[in-house]
Design a protein around this ligand. Structure first.
Ligand code: CMC
Length: 374
């Protein structure tokens, strides 16, 4: 039998059959359960989209009302769960706090709790953990969730103590919809791998958060703003890009394994950004981003490298006063729905992941006693 071909990064290697989302990387098309993400970002809510992803079809009015109620009832944290956040170093990254606190959360629930109960806890409480860690690291008390607010608006309230205006709540809700699911990628694969061992769902989501935290994955949105700061002014964007390409730097927020055109989520996010800026004013970083994109269209476009979802999300969040190190945790509190949808699918037809390796080491070596080694 011939050796199986080794594909670094598992590029183009299917690792699961999935009916959750679909991407056409040439046509800039992303669908959740067959529905275009643009339609969901404009027409749906995060709660409704979550049900769609988790259950496979849009909810009825009654199903949505019950799901909404169940999420609201599961948002709060126990004192000891907040105490865990208080024991973590305030200078640590909120993604690390989220990963640790999600793993710990599993210890509070019975090992054999019903899968749907775990899903409700994880979707509802991830948001509360992100907001609560942010407050306790600044010496403030964590705020109790408000049942009169939707998922996105309640997050903003728990983070800032202020109720968002209707347009800000709408933009945040759409951002959560846009980040909720994205076929097979490093963090989703991590969730499926850990799930395949029958580990508890809190460990599954904690592992996925760890995978998302890296700068080549979810961590890129934070680095985009650092890059825009480094460029400084929109007039310098083209020269900066030419130099970055010459010195083989990765341009953060650009490029994608699947999309060889502009990521459809980046297009919707840009529209949303324009909308937010009518309230907050157009930030200098956005002007720089536009100039960088224009230069990149000429210099990187021919290689199929265009803006991805992370290029505009950070600009939207920072215009709402959200600190940079919360961008990726916000990605996680939305993507938790995609991960749990994949976990549910994996559990239905589970076989533990056990891939192959291509062995490149030495064989049949003698054991040399310590005193005889050179
Ligand atoms: N800047 C400059 N060159 C790039 C970039 C970029 N952002 N992305 C790809 N390339 C080049 C790369 O250098 C390589 O060139 P060559 O063939 O000459 O060696 C070619 O394009 C193929 O790149 P690759 O790294 O093999 O592509 P990949 O599919 O393995 O990686 C990626 C995809 C997203 C990791 C990569 O594009 C990247 O590092 N982008 C910057 C980080 C980023 O924005 N990540 C967010 C991704 S979207 C949200 C998410 O998944 O979380």
């Amino acid at each position: 039998m011939s050796e199986p071909e080794f594909r670094p990064g598992l590029a183009d290697v299917p690792v699961a059959e999935s009916a959750i989302s679909f991407i056409d990387g040439k046509r800039a098309r992303l669908e959740y359960r067959g529905i275009a993400v643009e339609a969901l970002a404009r027409e749906s809510t995060f709660e409704e989209t979550s049900w769609l992803l988790l259950k496979g079809a849009l909810p009825t009015q009654r199903e949505l009302a019950l799901f909404d109620r169940d999420l609201k009832q599961n948002r709060s944290l126990k004192y000891r769960q907040i105490d865990i956040l208080k024991c973590l170093p305030p200078s640590g990254h909120p993604m690390e706090a989220l990963q640790a606190s999600l793993a710990a959360l599993g210890m509070f629930f019975p090992a054999k709790e019903d899968a749907w109960e775990s899903i409700l806890h994880l979707v509802a409480k991830t948001t509360t953990l992100v907001a609560a860690f942010h407050r306790v690291r600044h010496g403030e008390e964590a705020l109790a969730p408000r049942e009169d607010l939707g998922h996105a608006a309640n997050f903003f309230y728990m983070l800032t103590g202020k109720e968002p205006s209707a347009p800000v709540a709408r933009v945040l809700d759409a951002c959560l919809i846009l980040h909720a699911e994205h076929t097979m990628n490093a963090s989703t694969f991590a969730a499926r791998v850990v799930g395949s061992t029958q580990a508890n769902p809190y460990s599954v989501i904690s592992a996925a958060v760890g995978a998302l935290s890296g700068p080549l994955h979810g961590g890129a949105n934070e680095e985009v703003l650092e890059m825009l700061d480094e460029i400084g002014d929109h007039s310098k964007a083209k020269a900066w890009l030419e130099d970055a390409i010459a010195t083989k730097k990765k341009i953060m927020g650009f490029g994608h394994r699947v999309y060889k055109v502009k990521d459809p989520r980046a297009t919707v996010l840009q529209e949303l950004a324009e909308h937010v800026f009518t309230e907050t004013g157009r930030p200098a970083a956005y002007e720089t981003a536009l100039s960088l994109e224009a230069a990149a269209n000429t210099l990187l476009g021919p290689k199929g490298i265009y803006p991805n979802v992370d290029f505009f999300s950070g600009i939207v969040y920072s215009s709402l006063g959200i600190p940079r190190d919360l961008f990726t945790p916000m990605f996680a509190m939305s993507r938790v729905v995609g991960w749990l949808s994949h976990w549910t699918e994996q559990m239905r037809h589970n076989r533990i992941f056990r891939p192959e390796q291509v062995f490149t080491g030495q064989r049949d070596q003698p054991f040399i006693p310590l005193e005889q080694r050179p």
